[in-house]
Design a protein around this ligand. Structure first.
Ligand SMILES: Cc1cc2nc3c(=O)[nH]c(=O)nc-3n(C[C@H](O)[C@H](O)[C@H](O)COP(=O)(O)OP(=O)(O)OC[C@H]3O[C@@H](n4cnc5c(N)ncnc54)[C@H](O)[C@@H]3O)c2cc1C
Length: 339
């Protein structure tokens, strides 16, 4: 493991923002991770795993500990009757996982096509889109506990997935090294999501995993800014999950706001709708950052923008939503070392 000092992190994130890592290492083997953990213990440093940096806002002050760029990318699969177990190293690109699965005609991850980042980051976040979540196909994750140095395998139950969250998100000491997904050789396409139904009406073929993934990439290209021209980490805020009572009150005030009831009686509401229709914030800018014109949950940063500007815009949006609804919105994007 080669440890480098004072490494600028902006180019390792899709926001293209943030200060330096005091220490930085590309880790390609479990031994590399173990060596980094030993160094961190010896020098009392925190460890920050880094995948594709696509759900991350690095503070302008940088990161005082060791950033570990997860660089192991092997993907293997095992046939198991009607199913296939796909096992990928944590640094494997999520799009590579999607391409391998869909090229083999395997169902399960096609609705999650087009999401940047690594499979390790996808498990932390329980990525979701177009009516699917990673938890639907997750089997296990191999992890190393950076506090104890011990390795173990975490099951689906232990991973405790929720809406854009997981055990891994709540227990930062665990570094994911490998993730296994169970994919199906035959399945009914999951195309009930309105955007997909509209694409089907417009003539898109949506029978195979490859066709669904292709359509989803086309839909996404219209909603998200191109990462090579502008900085973004996708949806910056989570959709709020609120009580049925509050949802009923809001439904009276905003009858057109999309609401998605959960099985446990809570209701997920569309923050994008609130920002766009109730607060007219689409395109709202502060300094070099703004809410994207085509998707109000997305913060876009111009060249030269800094994390403090993103924080200020985020704070302003949060205050306006609170003043309107009494809801405290949460960030989906994470900050190394906390906000
Ligand atoms: C244009 C765009 C569109 C997006 N669309 C979606 C979407 O539709 N749905 C969705 O859910 N997300 C979406 N995202 C967010 C993001 O792509 C996902 O959350 C992605 O899974 C993050 O993976 P990553 O490898 O980039 O993680 P990073 O950003 O590198 O890390 C995120 C967090 O996970 C931790 N982490 C990363 N790897 C590991 C590991 N191996 N072990 C332990 N912890 C680790 C990091 O420390 C950090 O706290 C989008 C982002 C962009 C830029």
């Amino acid at each position: 493991m080669k440890l480098t000092e004072h490494v600028p992190l902006a180019s390792f994130t899709t926001f293209h923002i943030g200060g330096e890592a005091r220490f930085f290492a590309k880790v390609s083997t479990e031994k590399d991770i173990e060596d980094a953990i030993a160094y961190a213990h010896e020098h009392t440093l925190s460890i920050y795993p880094l995948g594709g940096g696509s759900n991350l806002l690095v503070p302008d002050r940088g990161v005082a500990g060791i950033v570990l760029k997860m660089s192991m990318r092997n993907i293997v699969y095992e046939d198991d009757g009607d199913e296939t177990l796909l096992i990928a190293d944590a640094g494997a690109l999520w799009e590579d996982v999607i391409n391998i699965a869909t090229a083999r005609g395997l169902f399960g991850v096609e609705n999650l096509a087009g999401i940047p980042g690594t499979i390790g980051g996808a498990a932390v976040q329980n990525v979701g889109a177009y009516g699917a979540e990673l938890k639907d196909v997750f089997v296990y994750a191999d992890v190393i506990n950076s506090a104890t140095g011990l390795s173990r395998r975490l099951t689906h139950t232990e991973a405790a997935f929720g809406y854009r969250t997981s055990f891994f998100k709540e227990h930062r000491e665990y570094i994911i090294t490998r993730v296994a997904l169970r994919l199906k050789k035959h399945s009914i396409p999951n195309i009930a999501y309105p955007d997909l139904l509209r694409a089907q009406v417009a003539g898109a073929l949506l029978a195979t995993p490859e066709e669904i993934a292709r359509s989803i990439r086309i839909i996404r290209a219209q909603k998200f800014p191109r990462g090579d021209t502008q900085g973004t980490a996708g949806s910056f805020f989570k959709n709020p999950v609120i009580s049925r009572e509050l949802a009923d009150t809001l439904a009276e005030r905003f009858p057109d706001m999309p609401m998605f009831p959960n099985k446990n009686g809570t209701v997920k509401i569309s923050l994008a709708w609130l920002l766009d229709h109730a607060l007219s914030l689409k395109g709202f800018s502060m300094g070099r950052v703004r809410l994207y014109e085509r998707h109000a949950l997305v913060i876009v940063a111009r060249e030269g923008a800094c994390a403090a500007e993103v924080d200020a815009l985020s704070q302003e949006v949060s205050e306006r939503v609170f003043a309107l609804t009494g809801i405290r919105i949460e960030r989906e994007v994470e900050t190394f070392g906390g906000q």
